[in-house]
Ligand binder design. Structure first.
Ligand SMILES: *[C@@H]1O[C@H](CO)[C@@H](O)[C@H](O)[C@H]1NC(C)=O
Length: 368
């Protein structure tokens, strides 16, 4: 076929893709602008009432005790082969056992996986990684350093450096998003995939197109696309918004007995409060949303999706059913009355689901 004919035949597809991404950008930045206006009005209001309280935040000088609790595991560092960056991780369990690698979400760090480190270290080499830019890992400053490709190399390098060829990959929120992508790219390195409250990358776009209110719901994700302002807003009143993410009535951890104590909360605020500490985590939103790699692919490894149904951060209820959020053969478990912070909100249920899945798939039998 001649080149020019090819060109004309492809034109409608190109045009529709182009229109789709234009619409997408208009909606994302429109929502960002709208959210920014509302946020600024609110800041002006609280700032007038209490200027001192509003515009102050404290850089934490030393890590809180919970981040150094030896019970949870040993702290160690590894160097990413492709990036040269230094990654911090907490590990518990015998390194000869199969690797269970945990990837945290926003705005968290390894500490989100404390319950799972304790639970699975008897049978697995458990490793909770601080993702690039988060916790005590190196934080490159450029936005380009947070492109999906680099983040996926980080996971590959981590598995390699830990002396394994594959892992049971467990991810939540952004970590879950990375886990989906990694399993799509490197099924050979993932024995089992376990994702919590992170939709399959292709299905998120489906969901948004099917129900545009989903995007308004994700107003914060759009707002985070803006430069500098989100860092400022999240820092106000000594990180009030970050606190309310974890502890707020609407979006915070639901289970009373699992609510974060002030000192546990400091486990998250300590790294975020450092200069530039919010920029790297926010860069995940900035680079991953504007670098929309929505792959319409099925995951080729056994996969379980755990969904806290009362997640008021990601989606409005799950009334549409969970199907729009997954592709391919996936075991789905929903946990009612459970917030976005699944593995911290309902650790017993989450741990049991992981055990059942792992035993069902027989991954540890031949190690015993
Ligand atoms: C809250 O957590 C406790 C301890 O983890 C658990 O026993 C209890 O069932 C949970 N309550 C609810 C309402 O989920």
């Amino acid at each position: 076929m001649s080149n020019s004919l090819m060109h004309w035949l492809l034109l409608p597809t190109r045009l529709s893709l182009w229109t789709l991404s234009l619409v997408y950008y208009i909606v994302v930045y429109g929502t960002a602008g709208l959210t920014a206006c509302l946020v600024l009005i609110r800041i002006a209001w609280t700032g007038l009432k209490d200027p001192y309280g509003t515009f102050q935040w404290t850089v934490r000088k030393k890590p809180p005790a919970c981040l150094q609790d030896p019970e949870l595991g040993d702290h160690a560092f590894l160097k990413g082969r492709s990036s040269g960056l230094r990654f911090h991780y907490v590990t518990k369990g015998d390194h000869k056992k199969p690797l269970m690698l945990f990837l945290h979400g926003f705005p968290e760090n390894w500490y989100s996986w404390r319950h799972q480190l304790l639970e699975f270290s008897g049978d697995f080499h458990t490793v909770a990684l601080d993702l690039r830019g988060c916790g005590a890992s190196d934080a490159p400053v450029r936005l380009e350093d947070y492109l999906l490709e680099a983040l996926l190399y980080d996971i590959r390098d981590t598995v390699d450096q830990l002396g394994h060829t594959s892992c049971i990959l467990v991810g939540h929120d952004w970590g879950g998003m990375l886990a989906w992508h990694f399993a799509l790219e490197r099924p050979d390195m993932v024995q089992l995939l376990i994702v919590m409250n992170a939709p399959h990358p292709a299905s998120w776009l489906d969901a948004v197109l099917r129900r545009p209110s989903q995007l308004l719901r994700s107003g914060h994700a759009c707002f985070f696309q803006l430069p500098l302002l989100p860092e400022f807003v999240l820092s106000l009143e000594d990180f009030k918004l970050v606190r309310s993410l974890f502890c707020g009535k609407n979006v915070g951890i639901r289970n009373r007995s699992r609510r974060l104590t002030e000192s546990q909360l400091e486990g998250y605020l300590y790294p975020l409060s450092q200069p530039g500490g919010l920029t790297a985590p926010l860069n995940y939103f900035r680079s991953l949303l504007s670098n929309t790699l929505y792959k319409h692919q099925d995951v080729a490894v056994p996969c379980m999706l755990i969904w806290g149904e009362a997640d008021n951060i990601l989606v409005e209820g799950m009334s549409g059913g969970t199907r729009p959020y997954v592709r391919g053969p996936v075991t789905i478990h929903t946990i009612p009355e459970c917030s976005h912070w699944v593995q911290q909100d309902q650790p017993e249920i989450v741990n049991k689901l992981i055990w059942d899945f792992v035993l069902d798939k027989d991954v540890i039998k031949h190690y015993r």
